[in-house]
Design a binder for this molecule. Structure first.
Ligand code: SF4
Length: 452
């Protein structure tokens, strides 16, 4: 019997010095999966190389899931890229064992096309490995690459990833055209004709059903950010700041709870609290009355300036558990130069309100930037001390030079990086070895200060 035609969607491995599953899901790919399901006739298979709950028992891997839903990855050490030779750390491929993925591909019939995503630009070696395996097994099947790496480094992706098509930017209004070109409309349903997704809310809900285990799910209530911090690529990835209809967000949350009995939900928004009175608070007001037993997390950092008494109260009542706030630095000059979204006094007020509402201060994490080209060790240490004085937990957020940002342009203009530098150099852990005023020894001191 001929097999049913299908598209293969791949979320590749992370290749890095370190990685943990910080509620990571390939949300963009899951949105595209939903579009493929709705507007094409063919099946969909998801191969999420980061889904370590699926590691086979013969690999003796123990998935350690923390009470908040975060977990560890299986990892296999790989050869460190040549220009990281002098960095005294191991380099690994995080995610499913390579041999398990090879066996899985061996059991699959050839797909009609393969769609691959890639989150961080510097994780592209995972894409290369996935494309190599696909080529080895399926020959010249069309491979389409999208996601953050493809958007921020399109030329590199075209030259180095092995993909046939590199999709820049948001893919929802491109994917059906690509399929039409590949399959000559054979795959498309009649209702796909003239489909145009005019805004975020017009997309079908992400295809979480492609996972066996949906105890952890991620969700976005908005795309992009109206602010323009000099180190941030949010506006390059989502040129328009869009907020969804609060009721539709609530409906999606109710649906995942009903369909998958989800326990943890991570909000992936870059700017969850912007316009909070008419956006997030509307969502929280409903959730607070429902007692869903869901635990909410905010890995991308909340803007402390927007946390007033009502917001803090509703965050608690709705079931928010892991709170990450963004301060970035206590240095007012650096804040002014990089994006004055917050001041230390905003953080103090936010923590007061959160504590009043029942959050434990010591369990609220505050992101502090480390490694920005303008930063010196003492500025970071001062910021850590400020967060500690306020009773919260400092959490180091390492600087990554992201192509297209103002900071990136400055680094290129000053000759520190080339406009076509290898994306591996965007890795957030290599700054002390290449361009930062913070040395590896400084970084150790900073870490000690943060963890003491
Ligand atoms: S506020 Fe956050 S998301 Fe917005 S531009 Fe600044 S860093 Fe990016």
């Amino acid at each position: 019997m001929p097999h049913k035609k299908y598209f293969l969607l791949i979320n590749p491995w992370i290749c890095d010095f370190t990685a943990c599953d910080f509620w990571l899901k390939p949300l963009g790919l899951l949105y595209l999966a939903a579009i493929l399901k709705k507007y094409t006739k063919w099946d969909i298979e998801l191969l999420d190389c980061l889904d370590c709950g699926q590691v086979e028992s013969k690999y003796n891997f123990r998935l350690r899931v923390r009470p908040d839903g975060r977990s560890n990855f299986y990892k296999e050490e790989v050869v460190k890229p040549e220009f990281f030779r002098h960095i005294p750390r191991k380099f690994s491929r995080y995610g499913l064992p390579l041999s398990q993925v090879v066996s899985k591909l061996d059991r699959m019939p050839p797909p009609e096309a393969v769609f691959i995503t890639c989150t961080m630009t510097y994780w592209y070696p995972g894409v290369q490995t996935a494309v190599e395996l696909v080529r080895k097994k399926f020959g010249q099947v069309p491979v389409i690459l999208g996601g953050i790496y493809a958007t921020l480094c399109p030329q590199h992706a075209r030259n180095q990833s092995g993909a046939d098509v590199v999709v820049e930017g948001q893919g929802e209004n491109q994917i059906l055209g690509i399929i039409s070109e590949i399959t000559g409309k054979e795959a498309l349903r009649p209702e796909s004709k003239d489909v145009y997704f005019s805004d975020f809310d017009s997309l079908p809900a992400p295809s979480y059903d492609l996972y066996k285990d949906n105890s952890v799910i991620c969700l976005m209530t908005s795309r992009g950010c109206p602010l323009r911090c000099t180190y941030c690529a949010s506006h390059l990835l989502c040129p328009q700041f869009e907020q969804r209809n609060p009721q539709k967000v609530v409906d999606e949350i109710l649906q995942v709870k009903r369909d998958f009995n989800t326990s943890h939900l991570a909000f992936y928004d870059d700017a969850l609290l912007i316009n909070h009175e008419r956006h997030l608070l509307k969502i929280l007001e409903v959730l607070a009355g429902l007692k869903l037993g869901l635990r909410f997390h905010t890995p991308n950092g909340l803007h402390p300036r927007q946390i007033d008494r009502t917001t803090a109260f509703l965050l608690k009542k709705a079931g928010f558990e892991s709170l990450f706030l963004s301060l970035e630095t206590a240095d007012r000059d650096l804040l002014a130069a990089t994006g004055p979204k917050v001041l230390p006094e905003d953080l103090k007020k936010a923590l007061d309100y959160l504590e009043e509402s029942g959050f434990e201060r010591s369990r609220v994490s505050v992101y502090l930037l480390v490694g920005h080209p303008a930063q010196k060790k003492d500025q970071v240490v001062e910021s850590i001390r400020l967060v500690k004085r306020l009773g919260a937990r400092p959490r180091l957020a390492y600087y990554s030079p992201v192509p297209g940002t103002s900071d990136w342009n400055s680094l290129v203009e000053s000759g520190v990086l080339n406009s076509d530098s290898d994306p591996l150099l965007h890795n957030k852990l290599v700054f002390p070895y290449f361009w930062s005023q913070i040395t590896p020894e400084d970084l150790e001191e900073i870490k000690r200060e943060a963890n003491s």
